[in-house]
Ligand binder design. Structure first.
Ligand code: XUL
Length: 534
């Protein structure tokens, strides 16, 4: 029996999933998670991030991620699994974060002392003690500078898949170079969180993959190589400090002697790591175009596989490399669960009451529209939060409940049109995906079947599946992705089907919704029939 280990280093936690493959059958035999704050309190993080007075700054200690890996591999070693079958390890990590290492790292990585934890041994290898992460929004100036240097945001998006974003690695590196030029000069290698952890496992500098490379604003999507124009515009000599970009199923090496001795593990293959979104693509079974996943979490996200790298001209969506070698589109909405909760609380409901109100109100809400921007919105870009009501009375609880859910679904459908993917099936994940009334609205708005996925950590599962895929490819007997996800990514029974009439009604409503959005954004007045605005 072969075992494949997937790891996921997210903002707040590290998770592991072990997949056992016996003949053609695959199933999960081990799952574990640790919260950084609880497992490693000495690093002083809150929700995985170091406290900061400046709310636009978000950094984490990279050595905490290294020590978490040690704790987790220790747990796996003590799990009772027959680890002689451990064949390959792949990983997923929060995207965009960067780790800055000096020239000493090369020899330290190769010769770590198995008697000691990794964090203390790597302290001297950091040219920057902290790693900026995806929650950092302090680089607007650097975004403008990078975009201007390459001919504007449209040119940057056309080449790299995204306009300049504050959290992306390129603008973050530029800020570091400008603020701390000496520390920047002492940096020999800038890893992504993913390639840093892969390097630690392999005991040598690992490559990154196109999935995470495309989260930097620096990678040419069409060739999956660093784009010299953007790299040179970011910081001097950056080209020599970035890791190479390897195909997503490449091997970074084998588990280094450090881990073999420290935890009694065998020299399993270490596959290059990727970002959590590309890994989630696999962990939610999105291995063909036409399938998309909607994750209903703190924020809502829609993502799906694309055969071609079509770009969002409106500047909110992203195109990343996919683990299959194709591409993925992703659009993020910040007013997700948070907005649903705010509406629930405005009318003192619980979730049962929320569902009842949704079921009791008419699809289409009699043309009443709510724009639920309780916090600054990513898509469309709304810096000053506020809710907007069109034909909607302040005290109508049911219409607000339906209003928030319909607005979220209409907005997701509207703002994912740029992917030009004919969606036939949606996989719903995240906390709110247990609510079937919400899923029915999703099916009707998108005109697609909706299947609920019970996968708790799709990025981690995706990493384990990537380990299996890469191992098969390395052995010269490549497996189809469909076969890899088949046994493991199984939707719950009870597919929700779209109603043809309601879908047609929502297509019209989407035009009205878009007009309301345009008015709220100060771009154009909403049509007169929606003018009764409170
Ligand atoms: C995607 C993004 C987040 C992080 C979270 O662009 O910033 O999804 O990857 O871990």
């Amino acid at each position: 029996m072969n075992l494949y280990l997937g790891l996921d280093s997210s903002t707040q936690s590290l998770s592991a999933i072990v997949l056992a493959v016996d003949g053609d059958r695959a199933h999960v035999v081990f799952e574990s998670s640790l919260q950084f704050d609880d497992a490693l309190p000495r690093y002083g993080t809150r929700h995985g991030v170091l406290p900061s007075d400046d709310l636009s700054v978000a950094v984490s200690p990279p050595l905490m991620w290294a020590d978490a890996l040690d704790v987790m591999l220790g747990r796996i070693a003590a799990s009772g699994l027959d680890l002689r079958g451990l064949t390959a390890i792949a990983g997923s990590a929060q995207q965009h974060g960067s780790v800055y290492l000096n020239a000493g790292a090369r020899s330290v990585l190769a010769r770590m002392d198995p008697a000691r934890a990794p964090g203390e041994q790597l302290t001297g290898c950091l040219s920057r003690p902290v790693a900026p992460i995806w929650m950092d929004s302090s680089t607007s100036v650097e975004c403008d500078e990078l975009a201007a240097a390459v001919g504007g945001d449209d040119a940057l998006a056309a080449r790299t898949g995204s306009r300049a974003f504050e959290r992306f690695t390129g603008p973050q590196i530029r800020k570091f170079f400008k603020r701390e030029p000496d520390a920047y000069a002492a940096t020999d290698r800038i890893h992504l969180v993913s390639s840093f952890l892969a390097s630690l496992l392999a005991g040598r500098h690992a490559s990154t993959d196109p999935g995470d490379g495309s989260g930097t604003n620096l990678m040419d999507l069409s060739t999956a190589t660093w784009w010299p124009e953007a790299v040179d515009a970011t910081a001097p000599s950056l080209g020599s400090k970035l890791p190479p970009i390897a195909r997503p199923w490449s091997l970074a090496g084998t588990l280094s002697p450090y881990w073999q001795v420290r935890h009694g593990l065998r020299a399993a293959n270490v596959v290059v790591w990727s970002g959590d979104n590309p890994c989630s693509l696999i962990g939610t079974g999105l291995v063909r175009e036409g399938l998309a996943a909607i994750s209903l979490g703190t924020s809502d996200t829609i993502f799906g596989l694309m055969r071609e790298p079509r770009i969002d001209r409106t500047g909110t969506g992203h195109v990343f490399g996919a683990p299959t070698g194709a591409f993925m589109g992703l659009t993020c909405f910040s007013n997700g669960s948070l907005a649903r909760e705010r509406v629930r609380d405005m009318f003192a409901l619980d979730w049962i009451g929320f569902s009842r109100a949704l079921a009791a109100s008419p699809p289409g809400n009699d043309g009443r529209i709510l724009l639920p921007w309780f916090v600054p919105e990513i898509t469309p870009a709304v810096a000053a939060p506020g809710i907007h009501r069109f034909r909607l009375a302040d005290d109508d609880a049911a219409a607000h409940v339906r209003g928030v859910v319909e607005a979220q679904m209409l907005s997701m459908a509207l703002h994912s049109q740029w992917m030009h993917v004919e969606l036939d099936t949606l996989h719903a994940t995240g906390g709110a995906s247990v609510n079937r009334e919400i899923l029915q609205v999703m099916a009707d708005v998108f005109g697609a079947e909706v299947r609920q996925l019970a996968v708790k950590n799709s990025a981690c599962l995706g990493a384990a599946l990537r380990a299996r895929h890469a191992h098969a490819a390395a052995e010269g007997r490549p497996l189809e992705w469909e076969a890899i996800v088949r046994d493991v990514v199984v939707p719950l029974p009870g597919t929700l089907r779209p109603d043809r009439h309601r879908h047609a009604m929502y297509r019209d409503l989407m035009r009205a919704y878009a007009a309301c959005e345009a008015e709220a954004l100060g771009r154009a007045a909403a049509p007169s029939e929606l003018r009764i605005k409170n």
